[in-house]
Write a protein that binds this ligand. Structure first.
Ligand SMILES: C[S@@+](CC[C@H](N)C(=O)[O-])C[C@H]1O[C@@H](n2cnc3c(N)ncnc32)[C@H](O)[C@@H]1O
Length: 271
């Protein structure tokens, strides 16, 4: 598989570097299951196994392994060699490639679904390259293929359930932006335990308009109330096409999600 790190922006490369930190690698190796919100999306929106799934930004293979155990034919790609080494070790039967989401080496219409989990798409700088990842994913999906990804939402960072604990961490977060020249482009500096990252963090309407401009139909927008909380809010624009177990969430408005959820999941269908 072709891979040319020179095509990547240095700020994207810096973000990727934080994932190669030994502490980060160990923490990504520990997790082996889909988070409840991801599991519900796969169950409710993905085609049934054994569909081909492209697991973009697969890290140490958390999602790849689980998708395979569900009977899917999953292929994982990532840019962090350190995480890929561990993914291959943990899942020797799986296919993993070092590849950039903005430059996929797969033929068009190769996959029935694509998954870019845990806000990985927000590492891509600048916004035009991030948009290129949407475009590339669209290209490699089959007609009626499903794309699911999650992304940061900046209003949710401030409004998270209007929880005072969340507000306590806001001042240092805001101060971190003082020297951040990319703040005006919607890229925020996120202090992580394994180093700071520059992450895209805009509002859900922007992701939705990107998806729609490419020819995707947004099927659902789901917001975790807090990290990994199995109960989540969801917003469904097209009630005709989907069947969801209503006991798993509370239907809400997109504005409500935007105001209260820091991490948002999007499910889109290639028309
Ligand atoms: C937050 S981690 C999530 C890892 C894994 N999906 C998980 O949930 O355990 C984001 C991952 O996206 C990968 N990533 C970021 N930008 C990428 C790109 N342009 N192409 C491929 N992978 C990318 C990173 O290297 C990192 O492993």
């Amino acid at each position: 598989m072709n891979f040319d790190s020179h095509t990547l922006h240095p700020k994207t490369l810096l973000n990727i570097k934080t994932y190669s930190d030994p502490v980060a690698v160990e923490s990504y190796c520990k997790e082996k299951v889909l988070y409840p919100i991801e599991y519900d999306i796969v169950k409710n929106f993905f085609p049934p196994p054994p569909a081909h799934i492209l697991d973009i930004g697969c890290g140490a293979g958390r999602t790849t392994g689980h998708l395979m155990s569900m009977g899917y034919k999953a292929v994982g790609i990532d840019l962090s060699e350190d995480l890929l080494v561990r993914a291959r070790k943990q899942l020797p039967e799986a296919k993993f490639f070092k590849m950039d989401a903005c430059q996929l080496s797969f033929d068009k219409a190769s996959f029935e679904a694509a998954f870019f989990s845990f806000n990985g798409i927000d590492c891509i700088y600048p916004e035009a390259s991030r948009f290129q990842a949407f475009r590339e994913t669209y290209r490699v999906l089959k007609s009626k293929g499903v794309f699911c990804f999650s992304s940061h939402n900046v209003w949710g960072r401030f409004g998270r359930n209007f929880n005072p604990k969340a507000w306590k961490s806001l001042l240092p977060f805001i101060l971190k932006q003082i020297k951040n020249k990319n703040f005006f482009e919607g890229y925020w500096v996120y202090p992580e335990s394994n180093g700071s990252q520059l992450l895209y963090s805009k509002l859900p309407w922007i992701n939705i308009s990107f998806l729609e401009s490419l020819g995707y139909k947004v099927q659902a927008v789901l917001g975790g109330k807090k990290r990994f909380d199995p109960e989540y809010k969801f917003w469904i624009p097209d009630k005709q096409e989907i069947k969801l177990d209503k006991s798993k969430g509370v239907k809400t408005s997109l504005l409500n999600i935007a105001l209260t959820c820091h991490h948002i999941h999007y499910v889109a269908l290639k028309l």
